[in-house]
Design a protein around this ligand. Structure first.
Ligand code: ADP
Ligand code: MG
Length: 163
């Protein structure tokens, strides 16, 4: 079991709908709580994946990339989801002024686009999710960095096998 959970897992999302579907599975696997880093270049689908998570949690409106506000909260029944986009963050210290610690709690799920920009001030990821282009779609690769992340990775494997 240990060996299996240490492995990088992957899923091929052939289009935008498949990316949102994966987001819904991720929400379930994380049980609405924890820290997920979303890595990958511009245009890889980080915001699309986030939209899948946020919609699956019950949000019915738009999900835009919080490029200028850096973070957008979504208060849902299962807990609050904070969607970060740190692309425009100049200095990780800015996160201190935002009161970054208040966002990360036992009752929140944090999705972080461009986590590298917040290095040193962001809490560690439970799960690191990386997106890459493959053919017309995207390959999604995930890796657990904590015990919680290992549970989530196991959940994802089971859920995606059962689809
Ligand atoms: P990012 O937030 O990483 O910059 P976006 O989520 O804004 O990327 O998506 C960029 C583009 O990629 C959008 O046009 C979106 O429809 C498309 N896209 C997202 N996921 C997929 C996928 N699995 N396959 C093909 N295109 C996708
Ligand atoms: Mg984005």
């Amino acid at each position: 079991m240990q060996q299996l959970t240490k492995m990088q897992q992957r899923y091929f999302a052939k289009d935008e709908a498949a990316m949102e579907y994966f987001g819904a599975q991720l929400l379930l696997a994380m049980q609405h709580q924890g820290v997920v880093y979303l890595a990958g270049d511009l245009g890889m689908g980080k915001t699309t994946l986030s939209r899948g998570v946020i919609r699956a949690a019950g949000h019915q409106g738009n999900v835009k990339s919080p490029t200028y506000t850096l973070v957008e909260p979504y208060e849902q029944e299962g807990g609050t989801i904070y969607h970060f986009d740190l692309y425009r963050l100049m200095d990780p210290e800015e996160l201190e002024y935002m009161g970054i610690r208040d966002y990360f709690s036992d009752t929140s799920l944090c999705l972080v686009e461009w986590p590298d920009k917040g290095e040193g001030l962001l809490p560690e990821a439970d799960l690191l999710v990386t997106l890459e282009v493959q053919a017309q779609g995207r390959v999604i690769i995930w890796e657990a960095h904590t015990q919680k992340g290992r549970v989530a990775a196991d959940n994802l494997n089971k859920q995606l096998l059962l689809q």
